[in-house]
Design a binder for this molecule. Sequence first.
Ligand SMILES: Nc1nc2c(c(=O)[nH]1)N[C@H]1C(S)=C(S)[C@@H](COP(=O)(O)OP(=O)(O)OC[C@H]3O[C@@H](n4cnc5c(=O)[nH]c(N)nc54)[C@H](O)[C@@H]3O)O[C@H]1N2
Ligand SMILES: Nc1nc2c(c(=O)[nH]1)N[C@H]1C(S)=C(S)[C@@H](COP(=O)(O)OP(=O)(O)OC[C@H]3O[C@@H](n4cnc5c(=O)[nH]c(N)nc54)[C@H](O)[C@@H]3O)O[C@H]1N2
Ligand SMILES: [Mo]
Length: 776
Amino acid sequence: MPSPLTSSHWGTYRVEMKDGEPVSLTAFEEDPTPSPIGNAIIDTRTGPCRIPQPMVRRGFLEKGVQSDRTLRGQDAFVPVDWDTALDMVGAELERVRDNFGHEGIYAGSYGWASAGRFHHAQSQLRRFMNMYGGCTTSRDSYSYAAAEVILPHIVGPMAELLETHTSWRSIAESGSLVVAFGGMASRNSQMNAGGAGRHSQPGDMRVARAAGIEFINIGPCQSDVSDELGAEWMPIRPNTDVALMLAIAHTLVSEGLQDQEFLDRYCVGFERFLSYLMGETDGQPKSASWAAPIVELEADRIVSLARKMATRPTFLNASWSLTRQQNGEQPIWMAVVLACMLGGIGKPGTGFGLGLGAVNGVGSDRAYLPWAALPAGKNPVGSFIPVARIADMLLNPGEKFHYNGGTYRYPDVRLVYWAGGNPYHHHQDLNRLRRAWRQIETVVVHDPFWTATARHADIVLPTTIALERNDLAASTRDSYLVAMNKVTEPYAMSRNDHDIFAGLASRLSACANTEKGFESEFRGGLDEAGWLRKLYDESRERGKKFNHDLPEFEEFLEGGSLCLEPPRDARVMLREFRNDPVYAPLKTPSGRIEIFSEVIAGFGLRDNPGHPVWQEPQEWLGAETADQYPLHLITHQPERRLHSQLDPSTHSHAGKVKGREPCRLNPEDAAARGIKDGDIVRLFNGRGRSISAAKLDKSVRPGVIMMATGAWYDPDWENDPECCRHGNPNVLTRDFPTSGIASGPSALSCLVEIERLDTDPPDVKIHMPPRLESSG
Ligand SMILES: Nc1nc2c(c(=O)[nH]1)N[C@H]1C(S)=C(S)[C@@H](COP(=O)(O)OP(=O)(O)OC[C@H]3O[C@@H](n4cnc5c(=O)[nH]c(N)nc54)[C@H](O)[C@@H]3O)O[C@H]1N2
Ligand SMILES: Nc1nc2c(c(=O)[nH]1)N[C@H]1C(S)=C(S)[C@@H](COP(=O)(O)OP(=O)(O)OC[C@H]3O[C@@H](n4cnc5c(=O)[nH]c(N)nc54)[C@H](O)[C@@H]3O)O[C@H]1N2
Ligand SMILES: [Mo]
């Protein structure tokens, strides 16, 4: 008998058991490049960071909403039983609903949680809240909000473009040159939201290279493209991609190299953009010599790049990181415009790409099936925020915000409910978030682990991890369906998110009066096994439409996993549109690609006239404030974790230096500051400080510091609460919207300075549980 399977966002594994307990995860035999993160879950599952039972913050237990909220994050917790905890949460929900309405409850609860379609924490929360009567919620993602909002106006919904993304196979068969803005860092393709049966990106990239594809890496870090691909590196200054793309576009026009036929047949608005490009509207032609000092590449090199792109089948890839900066809508729009000028869109191996390598599923060769998910119903409350405006909302109830052409007002939120995410990892300017958090009367958090967010809660409800429940793992960007097995009992008193919500529902009444009652309505008349069968049967039914013939549930369970047959032809994004733009128009207002968008021009935003433009962000190496904070901090995804998940594991620790999350900087910048490899350093700016250890790295461009996200946020409470002693970079990043278009996060527009720390650094304490006190 093969060992039972489990699945995670970083892949599928076999669980090796000893004496009835899971002892290690081994690679799934069908995965050629499994992620080494796997075992971290074994490492942490019973460790000191697991939350054993429901907890209430001491101050909150004593004084409820009158408690001192500044103590959140450092207060002691009191363990309580489930009935006490659920009674309290139920009473708080009722209090806030009765006094402030459903809008007063924020359950936008962004976060990746764990793989598994039934036990997905956010889906469970949504189902619960929607039945309860609704809540304020969030729109879009931290990953690429700017792209999610801009792309439907100019070419089509992001999700659809990713689903139909041109595949590596198409690039290898028909391409010639891949120009990667922001690279394609191989560490990132370990992940795939919902699960990955087979990690194919490293192999796909190698095959493309062997087929003769040439790579160019445009960005601040050479190692963003794997050495094996032999990429040419163009180390531009961060946040200047639009200037470079404009200069390429300008060169194409100056030399008559643009594909006018494509522009005429498939696009609208090129002429309006052209006036701007050539400087007719603002007196500044966007030439290579204009861009050279902005991006810090020689003009000749820009011109040669443009010529090369015009004469070779070119695939232009825009990394998701380009969206997480001020005006992050623009590089995506401009990438599409440049691909239009090159004329390859809809043809094999060319066109534009959105994040090849960002996760395993972009560009992989796989089948499509819209797997069934837990039905969440509809939220009866319309109140929402763009996801990264959370601190802004809390600090400014009733104030206006802009989103996708509309002007809205922030709701007056009194209770925040989080399940499956870690805002004290993912949000920017954490010192501001901490101040904003004080506005909230009640914070409820579900998490298996003592994350910084759990520690900033009033009521903490401990959940199970995937190994403690049965589930089904699948992603629309992967061909596998995997049965996730319960291999061990829930840790201590932890419960499944589903059971926690059912327990709450038993104390409350749903918005719609149902005869069955809220709990029974929430449970849907099914237990875990019943739900898994229902989700499977529904997926099987849906599969028929896509010519996938799935076996009966029992047969599937016996095999443990299944892999759908990928389509015979290599996938090409927008192929149908290219073949016949009249028969297969886009979903944009004109049905064509909008180089100029009347809709966006109609938003009347100062920062956008209706076509892509170069705008200096407030924080970049060309800014005046760079005198004071002369280094551009890039807070990229971590190699040894998914965000903050499993940070207490040995695998994550092995990547730290002297117990801190390291930062990488160019030896020149280090020498200028007397910093040696391995030195403990402090990164700082006007927003905060973070203690790290320096790693000297020539693959990082001078003027740039790279620091992975996700080290558990550990404020130095005793000496300097605005300093993270562990190396979380979000005490430094800026909490500012991309622009009024998407109001997305802009973490990657951030300046800092760094200094060697000559005193003993404070101890890191976040991987020990918080102080616990008994209720007596
Ligand atoms: N500076 C900077 N900040 C960034 C980014 C950046 O580039 N720079 N990137 C941003 C991006 S793209 C993203 S997607 C976000 C990611 O931000 P998050 O998705 O919030 O980060 P995770 O660490 O994955 O948080 C998931 C949480 O869910 C918990 N969890 C796991 N399983 C379960 C479960 O079954 N039930 C419950 N209740 N909880 C569970 C985990 O323990 C963890 O605390 O970060 C963003 N933040
Ligand atoms: N191992 C691992 N993989 C992950 C994740 C994880 O937590 N761990 N998270 C997943 C998630 S949620 C997401 S959204 C994706 C994100 O995928 P990406 O956004 O692609 O990933 P990042 O690592 O943030 O950034 C990639 C590179 O962009 C470059 N870059 C930054 N700013 C600029 C710029 O202004 N111009 C140019 N040209 N380049 C720039 C940096 O050098 C950086 O290394 O990753 C996913 N993959
Ligand atoms: Mo993300």
